[in-house]
Design a protein around this ligand. Structure first.
Ligand code: NAD
Length: 424
């Protein structure tokens, strides 16, 4: 399908429609130059590759993989690779575009990319996944690299996947290239602090927002939807700042105690039973009920579109910090705005992860590794600065934080593009 067709099709719905609408709104808000606007509506480059893979039963399956690179105006591209049956080009382009804004909002020197392979990783053996990953990497070898495009884990890919990519790329080059991916195992040059980074960054933005909104941390009530990596780290790091975590959930449901839940004990319970449900001293709530609890801070850290037109009017949080990507639909955002609920948007609230990925790349390039405290301190500075820049834009323009974050991000990319000019 031609790029025009993809973009035209996206005019009706889907993630690319949402991404393009957000860009168009930001362009209008900041008075973006038309030529730059048109350029940013399209990815710089899209690779579509076939990935013949020897399966364990001796047959060969030919998977389809994509890598979309949206923008390289501010530096190499950065973005995850996902393995999922629903991967499609439109979504990959939209996710690449969001990565451009996420990197720009925290002002790290990257553009956005995203990749994916259409496959069912849960039905594949470790050997099949390894062979598919190595062939996919080989097909991408000319377009990825530390100075071009640096992949990372995403849905159903992990540190092991990154180790295979790093090894395959290194074998092709003839020397070790740790900075070709981030999210690597520590033994191969992964960064300390990466595992907690997204939750930690989210907490920095919540702390700053509480100060701006005059919410006292002590005794503030926080609710976490999705007690996985992002949600549990956010809960764990928010609790010592004063707020009590009154509810948390996972895919099986949630637990609630208005007097507060000990996060460390809840983690132990989840380790033991596989779920937060049934934690002693709590009531069981559904995920729908959990989102509608009265609280100061709501952290959606599970899925896209969990706050939508159907439930936004019932949300009673004072602020929402989007740990997940895309948890609030555009219709819900309008309802939340009308209710005066302050939303720290995903491209800001969960950008601690890509920030520490950036640190991993820097450490890999320099072959000089930082302590965990150094990582956390540097990330805090970046997150606090980014939050305050977006908050200032929100005040100056009188728009919600999402529009403000987009204005900051698109403005930065546009400035770089204008200075570089349109080649040739
Ligand atoms: P994860 O798999 O570790 O955790 C997800 C959690 O959500 C799990 O506890 C799961 O049980 C729960 N969940 C699934 N379906 C649910 C439902 N219907 N209701 C409530 N809970 C449900 O994933 P993660 O890495 O924590 O990622 C969570 C979100 O954060 C995703 O949107 C991801 O894209 C985003 N994100 C993650 C990172 C990162 O560094 N991990 C960075 C940026 C954004």
């Amino acid at each position: 399908m031609a790029m025009e067709e993809i973009l035209t099709h996206a005019a009706t719905d889907g993630p690319l429609h949402a991404a393009l609408t957000q860009l168009d709104d930001a362009a209008k808000l900041i008075g973006l130059d038309d030529a730059i606007h048109h350029k940013l509506r399209k990815p710089k480059r899209v690779m579509m590759v076939s990935i013949p893979t020897l399966m364990d039963d001796g047959t060969t399956e030919v998977f389809t993989g994509y890598r979309a690179q949206h923008s390289m105006e501010r530096g190499p591209c950065k973005g995850g690779i996902r393995y999922h049956p629903d991967v499609n080009l439109e979504e990959v382009i939209a996710l690449a575009m969001w990565m451009t804004w996420k990197c720009a909002v925290v002002n790290i020197p990257y553009g956005g990319a995203k990749g994916g392979v259409i496959c069912s990783p849960k039905d594949m053996s470790e050997g099949e996944l390894e062979r598919m990953t190595r062939r996919f990497t080989t097909e991408l070898v000319e377009v990825i690299g530390p100075e071009k495009d640096i992949p990372a884990p995403d849905v159903y890919t992990n540190a092991q996947t990154m180790a295979w990519i790093m090894d395959t790329y290194s074998m092709q080059k003839g020397y070790s290239v740790p900075a070709v991916v981030t999210g690597k195992p520590i033994a191969l040059g992964g960064s300390l602090g990466r595992e907690a980074a997204t939750g930690r960054g989210c907490v920095f933005t919540i702390r700053e927002a509480m100060e701006c909104l005059g919410i006292a941390p002590d005794g503030a009530r926080a609710v976490v939807q999705g007690f996985g990596n992002v949600g549990s780290w956010a809960a764990r790091l928010l609790e010592p700042l004063g707020p009590k975590i009154i509810a948390a959930s996972d895919s099986r449901g949630g637990c609630y105690n208005p007097d507060g839940i000990s996060v460390m004990e809840l983690l132990a319970h989840k380790d033991e039973t596989g779920t937060v449900v049934g934690f002693p001293g709590t009531d069981t709530v559904t995920n729908e009920e959990l989102l509608e609890l009265e609280c100061e801070v709501l952290i959606p850290a599970a899925l896209e579109e969990s706050i939508h037109e159907g439930n936004a009017a019932n949300i009673k949080a004072r602020m929402i910090a989007e740990g997940a990507n895309g948890p609030t639909t555009p219709e819900a955002q309008e309802i939340l705005n009308d209710k005066g609920i302050f939303v720290i948007p995903d491209i800001l609230a969960n950008s601690g992860g890509v920030t520490v990925s950036y640190f991993e790349w820097v450490q890999g390039l320099q072959a000089y590794f930082w302590t965990e405290d150094e990582v956390n301190d540097r990330m805090e500075k970046i997150m606090v600065r980014a939050f305050n820049e977006v908050y200032a834009e929100h005040e100056k323009r009188g728009v919600d934080m999402r529009a403000a974050a987009m204005a900051v991000a698109v403005g930065r990319v546009a400035e770089a593009q204008a200075m570089r000019g349109i080649y040739p």
